[in-house]
Design a binder for this molecule. Structure first.
Ligand code: MV4
Length: 517
């Protein structure tokens, strides 16, 4: 049933930071007013200043502010908004919130509550996908019952297997089981954890794929039954389920595999009557076989990578679709050009266990120039608190080829300065420069299995350290005595002391804590 067109004149953006700004920018371009919501910690945030008006939700903790669906809906009603954009995280994938929004007569800029639920439950999603002919990882489609059945299923699938919580997602509630001996106890613990974390103890089994690549496909549906895909994003550069670098096209895919994955992603979305922006996550194994893993029923952090190569504004598409407009382009009209890479700047100390960092931004210099985009809510003086996600900014680049995009990203990162808060900037520079990333041969295990490739230059040994001190003292003493710092020229004539050539100091290349990468 073709949905009625319903104009949107005012949108409440139920989020903070860079994604709230991102949504408000498109609203402004479309002549739509934006309402910000904020917690006490965000009173001075950029997303508040970018909005047409702003409503305070509550104290800093998200549970008392950005996660309060009732307050968000009340703020929308109070300001006369027609629609709510959830951004990502917070309320964006809560079906109960979608129902609250719609019950208040407002438009939720996203999928229906039913589609969200169908994809949010992994067992339900697996059954939908199998029915739609979308490959899923071999495993079970019903909750695990007694131990004997569990063992029989694990033997049929073949070890190693993975136990997953049906209500889990994004790395929560998963467990690897390498042999029969561990299975029953692992299942019991997984059930207990799932019950505690999700109030739902259903678990099931999947074949465990070793060192897969994580490649996702952007999809878009409208209220008229059309679904298209906007190509893939390669997201394998990650640690502990936190993505570090994303790129498009994936160095792994050829046109044939890309076409098959795109078509599977469209079938997956159609199977649940999907509307608005969504992402189908796939695992791709060593044999280049692909399996659907999960669907993210929201606009994702890494959407700029897709926007760069297809030249589209995905938030604009979200708003049009939410107004009941048909998708602006057909599948054949969607074209991609060049190569895009995105990195995520986090407030975390990569040299000390990736602990989240806090503090006040003292100096800030963000990159610019051709083919560089920054999505950020940063400004000098901003207080980075421990209340929210540590992602500070996204830096993305676009160029004609992967090689040029790599060089452009290295250049963009060279331009960045952030002081006052420790960031993963040195880690990002090393990641971009690492052999696995440069060669395109990396998978989801690369960062964690080869940490030495991503660590700062090794500190000198004690002997090297003493030798360095000795050499420096000798150098200083020679200068004091008026001798040239350098060796005499080959013709035997020492250059005059004043003309000693400027030399690159060894100290600049030496390891220093917190020093240059
Ligand atoms: C897997 C897997 C291997 N085999 N499932 C982790 C997060 C959640 N979305 C699913 N995850 C995985 N499921 C099977 N059958 C490996 C992972 C996985 C992973 C997946 C995507 C991105 C990064 C990852 C890092 C470690 C493990």
């Amino acid at each position: 049933m073709p949905a009625a067109r319903r104009p949107i004149r005012k949108v409440l953006v139920a989020n903070r930071g860079e994604i709230a700004l991102r949504v408000m920018r498109t609203c402004r371009e479309m002549g739509i007013k934006a309402v910000a919501v904020y917690s006490d910690a965000d009173r001075n945030a950029l997303h508040v200043r970018a909005a047409y008006e702003a409503v305070r939700l509550g104290p800093a903790p998200a549970a008392e502010s950005y996660l309060r669906g009732d307050l968000v809906v009340a703020a929308a009603k109070q300001t006369g908004a027609d629609a709510i954009h959830p951004g990502f995280g917070f309320l964006s994938e809560k079906a109960a919130f979608v129902r609250q929004v719609e019950a208040a007569g407002l438009i939720f800029i996203g999928p229906s509550a039913e589609a969200m639920e169908a994809m949010g439950d992994k067992l339900a999603a697996r059954r939908h996908m199998l029915a739609a002919g979308v490959p899923v990882v071999p495993g079970t489609t019903e909750p695990a019952k007694d131990d004997a059945t569990l063992l029989a299923e694990a033997r049929r699938i073949g070890f190693p297997v993975m136990i997953k919580a049906s209500a889990g997602g994004g790395g929560k509630g998963i467990r690897i089981v390498r042999g029969e001996a561990e299975l029953v106890s692992a299942a019991a613990r997984a059930r207990g954890e799932a019950r505690g974390a999700f109030a739902d103890d259903r678990i099931y089994l999947e074949k465990y794929l070793e060192e897969p690549r994580h490649i996702e496909v952007q999809v878009f549906g409208d209220a008229h039954g059309h679904v298209v895909h906007l190509g893939e994003r390669e997201c394998s550069m990650q640690r502990r389920h936190q993505k570090v670098v994303e790129e498009r096209p994936s160095p792994l895919l050829d046109e044939e595999l890309r076409g098959k994955m795109g078509a599977a992603a469209v079938r997956a979305a159609q199977a649940v009557g999907y509307r608005n922006a969504g992402t189908i996550e796939f695992l791709v194994d060593k044999h280049r076989a692909f399996y659907m893993l999960e669907m993210n029923t929201r606009l994702q952090v890494e959407h700029p990578v897709t926007e760069w190569t297809c030249g589209l504004d995905l938030v604009r598409w979200q708003l049009l679709v939410a107004m009941g407009e048909p998708l602006p382009l057909t599948q054949e009209q969607i074209r991609h050009e060049g190569h895009a890479i995105e990195v995520r700047l986090y407030a975390e100390d990569a040299e000390n266990g990736f602990l989240p960092a806090t503090g006040r931004i003292v100096r800030l210099q963000l990159p610019g120039g051709a083919g560089v985009r920054v999505d950020s809510g940063l400004y000098e003086g901003l207080e980075v608190t421990p209340h929210y996600d540590p992602m500070l900014a996204k830096i993305s680049v676009h160029a004609a080829t992967r090689e040029q995009a790599l060089a452009r990203m290295a250049r963009a990162l060279f331009e960045v300065t952030v002081t006052g808060v420790v960031t993963n900037l040195p880690f990002l520079r090393r990641a971009i420069d690492s052999e696995p990333f440069r060669s395109g041969r990396y998978d989801t295990a690369t960062i964690e299995s080869q940490p030495e490739l991503f660590r700062p230059r090794v500190p000198p040994t004690r002997e090297q350290h003493l030798a360095l001190i000795g050499a420096t003292m000798a150098h200083v003493l020679r200068r004091r005595r008026g001798f040239p710092a350098s060796e005499p020229a080959a013709d035997g004539h020492a250059p005059p002391p004043a003309a000693a050539p400027a030399r690159r100091s060894g100290w600049r290349d030496a390891w220093r804590p917190g020093g240059a990468p």
